[in-house]
Design a protein around this ligand. Structure first.
Ligand SMILES: Cc1cc2nc3c(=O)[nH]c(=O)nc-3n(C[C@H](O)[C@H](O)[C@H](O)COP(=O)(O)O)c2cc1C
Length: 272
């Protein structure tokens, strides 16, 4: 089969990257003439300035993390600009063990509207961006095995079918509103304005500025922000000196509540 496999993802703390890469590699391995997977990692802002288009020879595994139960809104402009031209697509969302709500159905719809044919979709679990406890170290080996089996089912579907009808996935239409955390009085709180602080462990290595998906961390003074913070966790989790942290009371309360309320393990859900 003359198809080219692509892994396309946004992944601030690498959980989405792991799942999407495994699925794409396994599909590619199973093709008659496996070629290296083409990677489009659109985590950093410069990559999102480049136009992307595919052809009907492409299979594209597209992954995003779930933010507030939806596709991260900061990615909508870029995702809407990708041209499918009848390429086959596999939408994948990765969430932090709370819920993926309407993220998968939203990603499916975006890709479909962009001219992709949807073969299958999946929701996987990754360590929560806000926490080192919630879904700790996921995706783990069990998740990766499920991703591999999913890829084999996708490969079989692609090789036995050429007409892809609308794929049913879990989620509501119209989509529900962006999920909002609650404060101690049970009122919704907006944590969008929360920004990371920098402590004296900082060695000024600039890694945080390099990995910020919004390009917001000032390279001259890494304790300053020149743009928005999406709370993606990249600067916090990737800092080699544990110099970045959040101290906002509502944010910390939300993180603690998630760790307690969603401690029970969720499993991936696949739609083929
Ligand atoms: C702003 C924000 C909102 C999030 N909202 C949700 C959510 O609604 N449900 C959930 O289970 N996880 C949520 N998460 C956690 C991420 O979906 C999860 O940790 C994911 O694995 C991160 O992917 P990445 O490692 O590729 O960045 C959220 C994370 C962030 C940063």
């Amino acid at each position: 089969m003359k198809k080219k496999t692509n892994a396309m993802y946004f992944s601030a703390t690498d959980t989405t990257k792991k799942i999407v890469s495994r699925i794409a590699e396994k599909i590619s391995e199973n093709l008659d003439k496996p070629s290296a997977v083409n990677v489009i990692d659109f985590t950093l802002p410069d990559v999102r300035k480049e136009p992307v288009s595919f052809t009907k020879e492409d299979i594209v595994v597209v992954g995003v993390p779930v933010y507030a139960g939806r596709v991260p809104n900061v990615l909508l402009k870029y995702l809407n600009s990708v041209k499918g031209n009848d390429a086959l697509a596999i939408p994948v969302v990765v969430y932090g063990n709370r819920n993926y709500d309407d993220a998968l159905i939203e990603l499916r719809d975006i890709l479909e509207l962009n001219g992709f044919k949807i073969v299958a979709g999946g929701a996987f679990i990754g360590e929560h961006s806000f926490s080192k406890m919630l879904a700790k170290d996921r995706p783990d080996e069990k998740d990766m095995d499920i991703a591999s089996d999913f890829a084999i089912r996708i490969y079989k579907k692609i090789t036995t079918q050429d007409n892809f009808q609308i794929l049913n996935v879990k989620g509501n239409t119209p989509y529900r509103k962006y999920y909002m955390p609650k404060n101690k009085d049970d009122s919704p709180v907006d944590i969008r304005k929360v920004t990371p602080k920098t402590n004296s462990n900082c060695t000024d290595c600039k890694l945080c500025a390099d990995v910020c998906p919004m390009g917001s961390i000032d390279r001259e003074d890494v304790s300053k922000l020149n743009g928005i913070c999406i709370k993606c966790g990249a600067c916090i989790k990737k800092c080699p000196s544990q110099a970045k942290f959040y101290d906002d009371a509502d944010y910390l309360r939300h993180k603690y509540e998630l760790e307690i309320d969603f401690a029970a393990r969720s499993e991936p859900e696949l739609f083929v």
